[in-house]
Design a protein around this ligand. Structure first.
Ligand code: PHE
Length: 357
């Protein structure tokens, strides 16, 4: 019995996993194990012998069973320790930043104005940033000799000697998309086109690349009153205040007749730009009733359809709304500036949920 005990306790001590323990259990204290076989021999013994051997076998069985249970618990503890070592986590580390990027104020302003014009029934149209001078000028009633071509400080694309394709320009405004939209969709029509435009110009309120949103509405009975209402409604929604002061100024564009420019009252005190106060005016848009020649260039009969158009400076809207005094900062890619003026990218602006916070 001492041999049995020594043998099984040694095997148990050496067992590497639960399966090995189970094999030992079956051969030691299982129904047909060695201890059970010994118990069967009790019947052949004399009563005196049995009185000694019986309790001794039971004690052996108990001892092996409790060694098995202890080893099983030790194996489970070791497995848990190993797992805890690999799954260890330092909870004192700083949390991961959830915000790794932000929306540029111009993207934000574009989303906001698109939401407003969508509500007014305008859909979004697009056109190329590199366009022919026909779309950028001629179709908009600006013939080759017209001074407006020089006034716009146009960037012309380089052409190799002998290249007789039509001249291309970096579009100086989004107005060529008026023509492209008329060609594509006919009338009646209600579109806006937000996008980048280019002019050789650089100071606090001008950069060589900037953004406009073109608007065009064509139908059978559209008047200047509709234009004025849409612009006023837009400005009120965009700035989220009812008393923005607007100044409609008679102006001239070759592609509209009559034409008006619109300025917003603002102040530039101590290097900060504020809307709705002060004695300064910032021009934010040009507009007017679409010239019949332009409607005809878009393939639509100007005797049947009229309409209004406007071109708003998106960057200037963003300057005014977010109080950013220098347009050039928009394009400096200064990370500190971008983090300060950037917007959370999942805050999609809607009229019911709020445009900006
Ligand atoms: N295209 C003009 C500009 O860039 C703005 C404008 C658009 C004016 C539409 C009238 C109508 O200055």
């Amino acid at each position: 019995m001492d041999d049995l005990k020594a043998k099984y306790l040694a095997q148990i001590a050496d067992a590497g996993d639960e399966a090995a323990l189970e094999t030992i259990r079956v051969s030691a204290v299982g129904k047909k194990g060695e201890v059970a076989l010994k118990m069967r021999e009790l019947g052949k013994m004399t009563p005196e012998e049995r009185q000694v051997a019986g309790p001794a076998l039971n004690a052996l069985k108990d001892e092996i069973n409790s060694a098995l249970a202890a080893k099983k618990a030790a194996l489970a503890d070791a497995a848990l320790d190993a797992r805890l070592r690999t799954e260890w986590l330092d909870v004192t580390l700083p949390t991961r930043p959830t915000r790794t990027g932000t929306l540029h104020p111009i993207s934000q302003a574009s989303e906001e104005l698109t939401a407003i014009f969508a509500e007014l029934g305008f859909s979004v149209a697009e056109g190329p940033r590199i366009d022919t001078d026909w779309y950028n000028f001629d179709a908009l009633n600006i013939p080759g000799h017209h001074p407006a071509r020089a006034e716009m400080d146009t960037f012309y694309m380089h052409r190799a000697e002998g290249d007789d394709r039509p001249p291309h320009v970096l579009r100086t405004h989004t107005s060529p998309v008026q023509i492209r939209s008329m060609e594509k969709m006919g009338a009646p029509l209600r579109i806006i086109c937000p996008g980048g435009v280019y002019r050789a110009d650089y100071d606090q309120t001008h950069t060589p690349m900037f953004h406009q949103v073109e608007g065009l509405a064509l139908d059978k009975n559209i008047s200047m009153a509709n234009l004025k209402w849409v612009l006023e409604e837009f400005v009120k929604s965009f700035f989220e205040i009812d008393d923005v002061e607007l100044r409609f100024r008679a102006s001239h564009f070759p592609f509209t007749e009559p034409s008006a420019e619109v300025d917003i009252r603002c102040s530039w005190k101590d290097g900060t730009l504020k809307i709705g106060e002060g004695d300064d005016w910032l021009e934010i848009l040009g507009s007017g009733m679409v010239h019949p020649k332009v409607i005809a260039a878009g393939g639509i009969d100007p005797d049947v359809y009229q309409g209004f158009a406007f071109g708003i400076g998106i960057d200037r809207l963003a300057m005014l709304k977010y109080g950013i005094p220098d347009l050039r900062a928009f394009f400096d890619s200064d990370l500190r500036w971008l983090r300060h003026y950037g917007f959370q990218c999942l805050d999609v602006p809607t009229l019911h949920g709020g445009l900006s916070r």
